[in-house]
Design a protein around this ligand. Structure first.
Ligand code: IMP
Length: 213
């Protein structure tokens, strides 16, 4: 196996149009002094996410941005999975919020579906976030990692920090939802540490070990 490719001081495209993700990825990159530009700032189109896994969709977004910008590009594909809904919404997490990005509705739908299936038990409420990160270069090379955090789907939603499904996710070992945590608590990670708390920070810690830092 060839050794991982490292970032060599180039500007990095953050290939996301989601403001919540963009903010978190930039916060995680900040200690490394890497200059970033977002796909939106470059006016890049959002490619269609046709993959059936988080990793496939991250690769689609990272390669499209790297080719178009002729720069290395980092993409995150992530989602929220609920055991009692057989892992849904999963790769459809963003789509459940509809075109108006109404995550209040998406969270309510999940709760109603759990109740309708009679799956509102503690086992049915087991849930997890996954983040797949893909760092792609214009020549087609890629480095890919994943991170996951397990916890409980709680109802009603708690807190108004973070984004997306954060207010209904209580990570194992904590008594506050992601929606009640500051960004740094949710990341739970600093350079030099092996593991973070959030799925994104955990994936990021793996990527740092391989490609920069
Ligand atoms: P996509 O990766 O662009 O398909 O969108 C992922 C979707 O998953 C987001 O729009 C959020 O709804 C959800 N999601 C991913 N990561 C998080 C997170 O850290 N907190 C809350 N929701 C998240």
């Amino acid at each position: 196996m060839s050794s991982p490719r490292r970032l060599a001081g180039e500007k990095l495209v953050v290939a996301s149009h989601n403001p919540g993700k963009l903010r978190e990825i930039r916060e995680l990159l900040e200690p490394f002094g890497i200059e970033t530009v977002s796909a939106g700032e470059l006016g890049l189109p959002e490619p269609e996410e046709t993959g059936v896994t988080f990793a496939e969709n991250a690769a689609i977004k990272a390669h499209a941005a790297a080719r178009a910008a002729r720069l290395p590009a980092l993409a995150d594909d992530s989602g929220f999975c609920i055991a009692g809904l057989d892992g849904a919404p999963g790769v459809l997490s963003a789509r459940w919020a509809g075109p108006d990005k109404d995550f209040g509705r998406a969270m309510r739908n999940a709760e109603e579906m759990l109740q309708a299936k009679g799956a509102g038990s503690p086992e049915g409420r087991r849930s997890w976030f996954v983040a797949a990160l893909c760092l792609a270069w214009p020549d087609g090379h890629e480095e890919a990692v994943e991170g996951r955090v397990d916890g409980t789907f709680v109802w009603p939603p708690r807190g108004n920090q973070g984004f997306g499904y954060d207010p209904v996710f209580l990570p194992d070992g904590h008594d506050r939802t992601f929606g009640e945590m500051s960004a740094s608590e949710k990341h739970g990670w600093k350079p030099g540490e092996a593991e973070g708390l959030s799925h994104r920070a955990r994936a990021f810690a793996r990527l740092v070990g391989r490609c920069f830092g």
